[in-house]
Design a protein around this ligand. Structure first.
Ligand code: 4NP
Length: 152
């Protein structure tokens, strides 16, 4: 079982999008039983507000026929580091914030999702850009590249 935690700042836009896009990809490939997939935030504000998935993420997932369930923001915990095999951040700031919470990445588990592509870069935050389409295609590119990295 490969345990994957997608992480962004708020856990309402990018990381739940990645969680459900990746889930769809592994289900379509018949690999779902080999993965445990979840997502989390680096800040606690949205957890405190019991915030669900942003409507922009829900709209693009619906438009792209990506099934999703209810997900409430939760902040990454120090114990997540031992539990998960891969902690996949959306940008450099997420990586710094994750390390501030879980400690140093001594087991090389923390990456940016797009680090697995031929063009490593941050995934822009649609909370600020309003561009959920761009986020979706970046996430698809990253999830495909991550699965290739796993040779699955
Ligand atoms: P996310 O976007 O990190 O992709 O979920 C954000 C969501 C909420 C906030 C910032 C970014 N916020 O400030 O509440």
């Amino acid at each position: 079982m490969i345990k994957v935690l997608f992480v962004c700042l708020g856990n309402i836009c990018r990381s739940p999008m990645a969680q459900f896009v990746f889930k769809q990809i592994v289900e379509e490939k018949g690999l779902a039983n080999q993965f445990e997939i979840d997502s989390a935030a680096t800040e606690g504000y949205n957890e405190m507000c019991h915030a669900g998935i942003h409507h922009g993420t829900r709209e693009i997932l619906t438009a792209m026929h990506v099934p999703f369930e209810q997900h409430y923001s939760r902040r990454i915990r120090p114990t997540d580091y031992a539990y998960y095999d891969y902690i996949l951040a959306m940008d450099d700031c997420n990586v710094e914030d994750i390390q501030a919470i879980v400690g140093l990445d001594t087991e090389n588990k923390i990456y940016r999702l797009l680090d697995f592509t031929s063009n490593p870069r941050n995934i822009k935050d649609p909370w600020y850009t309003g561009n959920f389409d761009e986020t979706y295609w970046d996430i698809v590119e990253g999830c495909d590249a991550f699965l290739k990295h796993l040779k699955m």
